[in-house]
Ligand binder design. Structure first.
Ligand code: PLP
Length: 401
């Protein structure tokens, strides 16, 4: 009676599996609970944005525009131009960008708007990195496409080898998801990698759906973005330089603003127009006050510097405590540790049962390909707590594992 894609195919969200995995254990009561399983930033929304949210009351009784208020779209374009050194005037706020409710709405809805009934004579395929952010799979399954999981493991620097996928699959491919910096491993695609992926997508008339929601959280050099990679390909011959490419961004990580649900999609104007059409039929507009606060946040460049130094301090602590264990590496971006503990589920149980620390088994973020789950040996540890709590948690981890 109900939709089996939801009741059967999408029945095992990682956090429900995690709760079931540790349900029979009693964690040590003398130790405080430290939750490192969820990637939820713990910093405070900057004061200037809180003021705007509190003061912008005039819009509460009006419907906000689906396409974003001009002030927000302009601020987004200016930020993209600054961040990715794009020539001013190239991105048009009216047709290259559209605000979304966090990046989650964007990465989900791209599948609805870009999956045809049929592609290359068969069922459309969407490729996704394995492991992956779970909204991608929800989007693929509910839009009726066939997911093809492409492993991102230590052998390929945690970036999927899309160019090794056979032609017959590529012919049916409608969308390719990539997350850079990647959740969970923090790997960052370089210019060559992004350009190869974009070229493959263009060749097969597929969409490169590039999740860049961790673009502002990096430990060294800022990660390259899909828009600058597309532009540098210099093969536009009059067509839109961003064709077949969309990027997704968010204030959740950049501005410790997960609660205001504010992000955007930018790129191929045909897809921006379809996103707008989807919004007019079924999407939710972003409240005026959130749009105004978002415009101010995208325009302000000092608070992300402070955010980055918080995460860098946590990675320093991790390096000190874990440097020669669990295949430790400091990732290029994002705020997760991806630790090779041999058996991710067993380690998660041990950490909960003996140290009152909650982490996520890597396997829950991936699907079996062939006979194996590429993330089975790993745990994901979100370094989102303050430095003292991080030190305490990793100290406990190092002593029980
Ligand atoms: C890889 C990835 N993409 C997208 C999101 C969605 O975040 P938001 O909608 O808050 O931007 C998350 C959230 O953690 C994520 O890890």
């Amino acid at each position: 009676m109900f939709n089996p894609r939801l009741t059967k195919t999408l029945s095992d969200y990682p956090f429900s599996r995690l709760n079931a995995l540790i349900a029979d254990l009693a964690p040590p009561a003398h130790l405080s609970l430290i939750n490192m399983s969820v990637g939820e930033p713990q910093g405070a929304l900057p004061e200037f944005a809180r003021k705007i949210l509190a003061n912008e009351t005039a819009g509460w009784s009006k419907y906000p525009p689906n396409q974003g208020v001009p002030e927000l779209n302009a601020a987004i374009v200016e930020w993209l131009n600054r961040r990715y050194r794009l020539p001013p005037g190239l991105l048009d706020p009216a047709c290259h960008v559209i605000p979304t409710a966090g990046s989650k709405e964007g990465v989900y809805v791209i599948s609805t708007i870009a999956t045809p009934q049929e592609k290359g004579g068969g069922k459309p395929v969407t490729m996704l990195p394995n492991p992956f952010y779970q909204a991608y799979l929800g989007a693929v399954v509910l839009s009726g496409a066939e997911p093809v999981f492409v492993n991102a493991d230590a052998t390929n620097g945690f970036l999927p080898d899309f160019d090794k996928i056979e032609e017959a699959i590529w012919k049916r491919t409608a969308i390719v998801y990539l997350c850079s910096p990647a959740n969970p491993q923090g790997a960052m695609a370089d210019m060559g990698y992004l350009q190869r992926l974009i070229a493959l997508c263009r060749k097969h008339d597929a969409v490169a759906a590039l999740d860049e929601c961790y673009a502002e959280i990096y430990t060294g050099t800022p990660p390259i973005g899909g828009l600058e990679a597309a532009l540098a390909m210099d093969e536009t011959d009059g067509r839109d330089p961003f064709r077949n490419v969309v990027v997704f961004h968010s204030l959740s990580k950049r501005s410790d603003a997960a609660g205001i649900r504010s992000g955007f999609m930018a790129g191929d104007p045909r897809l921006v127009a379809l996103m707008l059409r989807w919004k007019t039929y079924g999407g939710t507009q972003i409240p005026f006050a959130v749009q105004k606060a978002s415009a101010a946040l995208w325009s302000e460049e000092t608070h992300p510097v402070a955010t980055r130094s918080r995460y860098r301090a946590n990675f320093k602590v991790a390096e000190q405590i874990l440097h020669n264990r669990f295949g430790y590496f400091t990732p290029g971006g994002g705020f997760f540790l991806w630790l090779d503990v041999g058996d991710g589920e067993a380690a998660t149980r041990k950490l909960w049962g003996e140290a009152h620390v909650k982490v996520l088994p890597g396997a829950y973020l991936a699907r079996d390909t062939g006979r194996a789950n590429p993330a089975q040996r790993y745990i994901r540890v979100a370094l989102v707590q303050d430095e003292k709590t991080t030190r305490e948690a990793l100290g406990r981890l190092a002593s029980v594992l």
